[in-house]
Write a protein that binds this ligand. Sequence first.
Ligand code: 0L1
Ligand code: MG
Length: 256
Amino acid sequence: MSANLSVLAATLDEAARTATEATQLIETHPDLTIEDAYAIQLLNVQRRWARGERRVGYKMGLTSRAKMQQVGVSEVIWGRLTDAMRLEEGGTLSLGRYVHARVEPEIAYIIGKPLSGEVSAAEALAAVEAVAPAMEIIDSRYKNFKFSLPDVIADNSSSSGFYVGAWSKPDTDVSNLGIVMEVNGRAVQVGSSAAILGNPVRSLVSAARLVGRAGESLMPGDIVLAGGATAAHSLSVGEHIRTVFQTLGAVSFTVG
Ligand code: 0L1
Ligand code: MG
C-alpha cells in the first residue's frame, strides 16, 4: 500500500504544481482511511520540501459551520504551510496558478514556545507570540471543488496560499471580532472570529492535539491559520479583495 500512497501523493502534488484538476481518490480507492489520507498529505508536502520549499506552520480547516456547510464535510482537519504559499499583502494574485481558487478570512497566530498534544486554552495562549488578521487562498485540486474527507486531507486540506497582515500583541482579544470581506468595495461576507470553533484559541488547542497525534509540534516561529470565519469567496480576475478585522486592521490583494 505504501507505494500506492506515494503515487496518489504525486498525483495531487502534480495537480497543484500545474494547476490542473484531479479525480477524487476515493473513486479509485473507496477504502481510503483518514490515516491513509494524512500519510498521503505528508508524502505530498514532502515533495514540496524536496523542491526547496520550507515548512512555516499549519492551517486548520473546516473550523466553522459556514465552511462545513459549504463543502458538506463536518470534521476539523489540518494541513501544512510552506514559505512558497505566503503571498505579498497588497500584491496581485495570479489566478492562473490555481485550479479554482477561493479566499476566506482567518486569524493567524505565530508561535513563541513549542506546543503539542493535549493543552488547555490558557496553555495555548501562553505559547502565542503574536496574532494577525489573515486571508487564506484555498484551491481544491478536485473537479468542481467536490471531495470526501480523506480526499481533502490528502490534498493538504486545500492549502494553497495565505496573506498575513500586521502582527498584534499576543494578549489581543480575538475571541469575537467583527470581520467584513469586501470585493471591489462591496461586502460579500460578514462574520465574526467567534465563528471559528466559538473562539479561535480552540482551533489552536485542536492544532496542538492533531499535529501532536502525527508526532509533530507547533514550533517557535510557526504560523497557524486558525480557520475560515465565513464561507469562502470564489475569485475572479479583476477583483480587489479587502478584509477588515475589528481591532486587528485590514488585509488586501488584487486578483490578476
Ligand atoms: O481552510 C479550510 O477550511 C478549507 C479546508 C478544506 C475544504 C475547502 O477546500 O473548502
Ligand atoms: Mg482556511
